[in-house]
Design a binder for this molecule. Sequence first.
Ligand SMILES: Cc1cc2nc3c(=O)[nH]c(=O)nc-3n(C[C@H](O)[C@H](O)[C@H](O)COP(=O)(O)OP(=O)(O)OC[C@H]3O[C@@H](n4cnc5c(N)ncnc54)[C@H](O)[C@@H]3O)c2cc1C
Length: 379
Amino acid sequence: MQALHISPGELPPQCEALRAEVRQFVAHHLADYPVSKRVRSWFGVEPEFTRKLAQKGWIGLTWPKQYGGHERSYLERYVVLEELLAAGAPVGAHWVADRQSGPLLMRYAPDTLAPQIVPRIVRGEAFFCIGMSEPDAGSDLASIRTRAVHTDKGWLINGRKVWTSGANYAHYMIALVRTRERTDDRHAGMSQVLVDMRTPGLTCQPIYTQLGENDFYEVTFDDVLVPHENLIGTEGGGWKQVIAELSFERSGPERFLSSTQLLLEMLDEADPADARQAIALGRVAAQYATLRQLSLAVAVMVSRHEDPGLVASVVKDQGALLEQSMPDIAHELFGGRVDPDSSLAQALNYLTLAAPSFSLRGGTREILRGIISKGLGLR
Ligand SMILES: Cc1cc2nc3c(=O)[nH]c(=O)nc-3n(C[C@H](O)[C@H](O)[C@H](O)COP(=O)(O)OP(=O)(O)OC[C@H]3O[C@@H](n4cnc5c(N)ncnc54)[C@H](O)[C@@H]3O)c2cc1C
């Protein structure tokens, strides 16, 4: 077994000045933003708030100026994300574009699609959804069947994507499709295509969760024609690209901060004289501090252009465990005594129903543990 080397990360002084600025901004713009919305964390969608963040220069923070970006450091970006997530700010509209679609376009379509689209992401005007999962291809992404056929007029797409978060408001999807017949090499013959969500033949059907809400959709492609130039990167090179995209997707602080509002509500409600509460919440705070240190180490690796895949998988795995344990801890400490109209009850009710999905989205617990054991040389 190989050792997991993680260097603790430190934030340079300019990050703390930026932190204060973000806190002030959030306090001003979200003063009346209710807990029932904050608890949705990075799934809260308010395009107007996204545009305000864009005006501050906090979208595309690290991206090159040639694409409208701000060329600031990855650690500054980390601080902005951390503050927004801790406040439960509604960042959902631009989250996917800022986290993975923009970087993907700049890396694999730097001269064609990126100059047209990335500046719009930076301005908070272009939102993205992720077209990976299909009815029979979630963890086993190489089993996708959605097909794109090269025709004189463009790529003709037929098939179905599922669990597509934000398909209702996204302007674009980056879809993983099969551009060649399957062969013995399961990872060959896939490509990524940029799809305008308003293209004729594309329809979205809501999928309701146990919360009774529909954050994600089933997206059907029925002879959807997209221009040839919407192919991202190389035809047939989609697998390598999608792995790079997943690495962007799994490396941020959202992977341990989704239940933060519940922690804050518990701290507000806690009785300082109650030793049981103090011990339980102290343990939780220690776990948050540890995960935060690990997550910061991932940000440092990203800033040094090192591959953060293994450590990011550890943070996501351990982060999901912590996030998912929070409703049980709250029930144990406050259950039966919570005013049903209180902010604590609202956070608890939402997270009790939402938390099971935290170890599914972005790669399931079992898949991440497979990646971790491989990275440690255990299989
Ligand atoms: C809230 C939420 C939002 C999502 N948003 C998006 C989105 O925007 N775009 C998108 O493309 N997808 C999205 N997904 C889909 C998500 O990526 C998939 O749910 C996930 O990859 C698992 O796929 P699946 O649901 O098909 O489950 P399956 O792959 O069928 O897995 C079922 C169970 O079997 C286990 N399992 C599967 N294979 C193995 C294995 N080899 N070894 C051990 N155990 C295994 C899994 O861990 C899981 O517990 C979202 C999911 C959720 C919950």
